[in-house]
Design a protein around this ligand. Sequence first.
Ligand code: SAM
Length: 451
Amino acid sequence: MKQKQLTRKEIDLNDPEQYYLWRTTHDKASRLTDVRPQNDDVSCKTDVLHPYLDKIFEVSDKYLRRVFNEKLLHEFRTNCFRDIRGDRDSTIEQFVKAYYDFVKREYQKEYTGADSDLNQSIFSEPHAPKALWGNCLDFLRRMDSESVHLMVTSPPYYNARNYSQWKTLDDYLDEMSSIIKECYRVLDNHRPFVFNVGDIFDNDNIHTKSSWGKRRIPLGAYFTMIFEEHGFQFVDDFIWDKGEVQTQRHKNGNRPYPLYQYPINCYEHIFVFYKHRLDETLYPCPVCGCLKVNGNAYSGVGVKSWECKNLDCFERSAGNRGKRFSARTQLMTGLQRTENVVGEDLLQRWRRDVVKLAPVIKINSKGENVLGHTAPFPKEIPEYAVQVFTGVNESVLDPFAGAFTTTIESFRQGRNSIGIELNRTMFRDAVLTRFSNMLGMRPKEVEREWI
Ligand SMILES: C[S@@+](CC[C@H](N)C(=O)[O-])C[C@H]1O[C@@H](n2cnc3c(N)ncnc32)[C@H](O)[C@@H]1O
């Protein structure tokens, strides 16, 4: 049957059917790609709509209707036919990406507390480090869901420093719990939170405020419970071996007798918690791009996997099984690019889960605090986390930025780096001094300037 010929003026660009019809009947180059070998690299560089996109929609129609209502499906199709160009392989790649992005945007809309201006400031200039002054809980509550690819931080250690104090240990843990809950929402799915904390020697201030109430408080254990309560999965606990430490936090007395002995504390935890929110949305086969998929076994707690049921898919196993994949494998495959290769030295250094790192020396020989901050962690922690858990241009957030070590390091590694700090003095010192010393520039101060 002869196709109806439409002029450019007549077609409705928002109607994917009309647009496709117009492209395929009027664009000579487009028709040419139909008869070329399908992997032709030349067409990849052209600005041509490939008919394979229509095939994807045809095969996927029933499945797309399970995911989207009529209105959303129309919007998604329109976007795809408007934006996707290139050869078959490139069409599949762009379609899969467009699908993931669209599903994520719809998921993000479910959260109504997001502030678009704030998100715009944080995510629009990926090549400027961002410094936010204020309570991280307030900022996190205004951030888009699943918008950050990695969190790296070290929280205040209860009442270990005089700049942040809580009445009781319970008050402190409750506040940390509210923050971690919000971090879970803001962290992207199948992504980690690298969390450095030390076990301390202090008073709970619950039973007594006298020095008899002092005890070793296993903050690491308490935080693990909090993280798991909010849905995170405990994955690793690197023991940071601090060697000979500056403080002698021990309790030996001077008596060489039984029951007096306690070791000097010279380690901290560097936890790796993962977010695996069980997302049962259908995802397209990464090989053929079609959504004709069936649920496969779960490949881990919170990770749903799929098997392609499209018999025309370009990859079938010897036993004629379709491609098996998950949103997580798709994410991991996408990060396998030359610019994300992790150096051998770094991998070697962090091969075992006991890592020797010298603590940051804050006090110089004259007894002055040279960092203007009392608890910075070594730059090796964010250096490792950023390279091992993110790709270039992805976003890294430190909700307790302190001296902005994470922000500076992730900026150096080409990531969109964001740090939040509550203490004005520390914020000012970092913005005025630390960034200039380390990067020769000032960060972008989002919303409030320290002045
Ligand atoms: C252990 S320090 C972080 C050290 C940091 N990793 C570094 O290398 O400098 C914890 C920081 O969290 C800050 N802080 C405490 N509560 C906060 C909150 N609710 N929002 C933002 N920052 C907070 C403290 O002022 C402190 O600077």
